[in-house]
Design a protein around this ligand. Structure first.
Ligand code: APR
Length: 243
């Protein structure tokens, strides 16, 4: 694999930075992406499954989808890409992983500084009163013991606002980074995909790692086309060999 000179220089010399990760980093763990070539779950568009209107229309369908994803995620584990980004991050003065993933695999790989833009799939809350429920195991959509509302996954759905604290923190990194790695995301969901653009305006070097070009490719400094589980360990090796 040939990695360009400017990528090597930037990965070796950066001191502060962040990674924006998406479903592609967990694909080598066997977790399907959202817009993957295998198509959508039961032919449903993610907008139908991960939205307040989708839950209102068919709560059981949405609950089944999350149950299946939780099962798959529990069976999976981090892959070499998760471990490599942890190693890269540990070698920086300051580094954060800003993830759109809800699968907890960065944390399982040992990364400590992880900002979860879209929440965590293992949390639940009441759709009506917001009461938090952890470790809910149920085939049927459960009901809240306070208000009898339906319980739903505590993740951010389409049309819902991100936590303002998490977003503020993510924004801060776009002002203070030498480098941003955009890893395994189709970059079509806002505001996540705007973070690298902002970072670039503030002088960061933006490096995309994806198995194909994406809508953000024209706006980054370099796109490395390939499998994250091969490219990231190579970038980690380059980085660590220079320290
Ligand atoms: N190596 C590199 N890139 C990969 C690999 C791989 N092994 N496998 C998949 N990819 C890339 C695909 O080319 C694609 O660009 O990962 C990307 C996955 O894109 P999406 O499925 O759209 O996932 P993501 O960008 O994380 O979606 C954003 O959409 O539905 C919502 O909330 C959900 O957080 C999610 C958001």
């Amino acid at each position: 694999m040939e990695i360009k000179e400017n990528v090597i220089n930037n990965i070796k010399n950066a001191r502060r930075g962040f990674a924006l990760t998406g479903a592609g980093i967990s694909a080598p763990s066997g977790i399907p992406t959202f817009r993957g070539e295998d198509g959508f779950w039961r032919n449903k568009d993610p907008y139908e499954l991960a939205s307040p209107s989708g839950f209102k229309k068919d709560p059981q369908l949405v609950w089944d989808w999350y149950n299946e994803r939780r099962f798959n995620i529990r069976e999976a584990g981090p892959n070499p890409a998760h471990y490599a980004i942890k190693e890269i991050g540990d070698s920086f003065e300051k580094f954060v992983i800003i993830t759109q993933n809800v699968d907890n695999l960065h944390q399982q790989a040992g990364s400590k500084d992880v900002l979860e833009l879209h929440g965590n799939i293992f949390g639940n809350k009441c759709n009506l009163c917001g009461k938090i429920f952890n470790n809910v195991e149920s085939k049927e959509v459960p009901h809240c013991d306070v208000c009898d509302g339906l319980i739903r996954p505590d993740v951010i759905w389409f049309g819902e606002a991100l936590s303002s604290d998490v977003l503020k923190e993510a924004w801060r990194w776009t002002e203070n980074s030498d480098i941003c790695l955009v890893i395994g995301t189709s970059a079509v969901v806002q505001p996540a995909s705007y973070l690298p653009i902002l970072a670039r305006e503030n002088g960061a070097f933006i490096m995309e790692i994806n198995k194909s070009r994406t809508v953000i490719s024209p706006y980054v400094d370099e796109s490395i086309i390939g499998d994250v589980s091969i490219i990231l360990p190579e970038l980690a090796r380059l980085r660590l060999s220079s320290l």
